[in-house]
Design a protein around this ligand. Structure first.
Ligand SMILES: [Fe+2]
Length: 397
């Protein structure tokens, strides 16, 4: 009896090894695969296998084995330092100021814009960053070493929302409007996009907001200058989200702090459970050294061109109070079962929002074998029953 054998997500049909892909209409990162298939929705499920009728049950033509690690790579956030007091990648330029680009699952956010627009754009071009995908800009505080490049960035991409403190003078928002962008005043903690939040404009000698990324490993907090106090900011973030702090990076503004005072702050970092940190910009050279020594291998070097990757949350479903699965909060496709199978197998998948869903199988040459799903789907978890030969049925669970 012939049995079809699957190794990863979808199935092998007849004599074909297969590759399944999952797409929506949302623009997503390019998938990684050796096959000439099209880009997918941030995830690709590459599989290989063979019929047991073949000389061996040993899998053949494995394109790329599916692993949870592969999936999480597709959902990583990247933080690229674009402007800083120091250089990380030779060829970039450093100057007093700070800016970084954050790519989350579906959004690209610029946090601060440095001081000198030519240096900012030069670093952007040198690092191959394309501002076409920019969605949002967040300004930490109204100092020129964080706002200086704003106009030049809006000159390249004006269809963005700019989040800045509600206490800024009116001309700041008017300038953003004049450039064709959308000003958004921030006074309290808000969500910038999925997984990304502002602390809100914290009040002090200089009012300032910081970014909070809610990641798989804990909170990632990005600061501009920490004028309201780095420890205050961390406490605020922890109070808002009630989660562990994984990484803190940016300017800590400790230039005039003594070693003893900095060591006291490091102790407070420890007490708050900060796992990793990367101090830069206005922190001060000696003060940065103390953080490096204290954190050792958990210190993240900073500088223009540094790219930091952090996995985003990969929770599959939202649990109700009763512990029952309710609304999926991300796209997901499960391992088929049974596996091996003969003559049919079942695949479950989840859709977190109204989306056009396409699930297809391909042979190893990249030619389409069968379209299992190719239509708009409402939110829900679905099940496909498929027989060898491509007969399919998709129904919500
Ligand atoms: Fe600054």
């Amino acid at each position: 009896m012939k049995k079809l054998f699957l190794f990863v997500v979808v199935f092998i049909c007849l004599q074909f090894n297969a590759l399944a892909q999952w797409t929506t209409k949302s623009p997503m990162p390019t998938a990684r695969t050796g096959l000439s298939t099209s880009a997918v929705n941030g995830k690709i499920y590459a599989i290989g296998g063979s019929l047991t009728a073949l000389p061996s049950v040993t899998p053949t033509n494995i394109v790329e084995e599916y692993t949870p690690e592969l999936e999480s790579q597709a959902e990583q956030t990247t933080i690229t330092i674009l402007y800083d007091n120091t250089v990380y990648i030779p060829g970039t330029e450093s100057k007093w100021g700070f800016a970084c680009l954050i790519k989350v699952i579906e959004k690209t956010i610029l946090f601060d814009t440095g001081w000198n627009s030519q240096i900012l754009l030069g670093n952007i071009d040198f690092l191959g960053v394309n501002l076409d995908s920019l969605d949002q800009i967040v300004i930490s505080h109204n100092h020129p070493d964080h706002t200086g490049g704003l106009d030049s960035v809006l000159g390249r991409k004006s269809e963005v929302s700019v989040y800045f403190g509600a206490s800024y003078p009116a001309y700041f928002g008017q300038n953003i409007l004049d450039k064709g962008a959308t000003p958004i005043l921030v006074d309290r903690p808000i969500e910038i996009c999925e997984h990304v939040f502002s602390t809100g404009e914290l009040l002090g000698a200089v009012n300032e907001q910081s970014l909070i990324l809610d990641t798989e490993k804990g909170l990632v907090i990005i600061t501009g200058c920490s004028h309201t106090g780095i420890v205050n900011i961390l406490n605020e973030a922890k109070q808002i989200h009630n989660k562990n702090i994984y990484l803190v990076l940016g300017g800590f503004h400790l230039l005039n702090y003594s070693d003893a005072a900095v060591n006291q702050i490091i102790e407070e970092f420890r007490a708050l459970g900060v796992e990793k940190c990367g101090a830069t910009h206005c922190t001060g050279e000696r003060q940065i050294t103390l953080f490096k020594e204290a954190y050792g291998e958990n210190y993240v070097p900073m500088g223009v061109g540094q790219v930091i990757q952090v996995s985003m949350i990969t929770t599959d479903v939202i649990e109700s109070d009763e512990g029952e699965s309710q609304i999926p909060n991300r796209f997901k496709i499960d391992q088929n079962y049974p596996n091996p199978f003969n003559p049919s197998t079942t695949i479950n998948y989840s859709v977190p929002k109204l989306s056009f869903v396409s699930i297809k199988t391909y042979d190893v040459l990249g030619s389409e074998v069968a379209a299992l799903v190719n239509e708009e789907k409402v939110v829900g978890t679905y099940e496909i029953n498929s027989k060898c030969g491509g007969e399919t049925m998709s129904r919500p669970n």
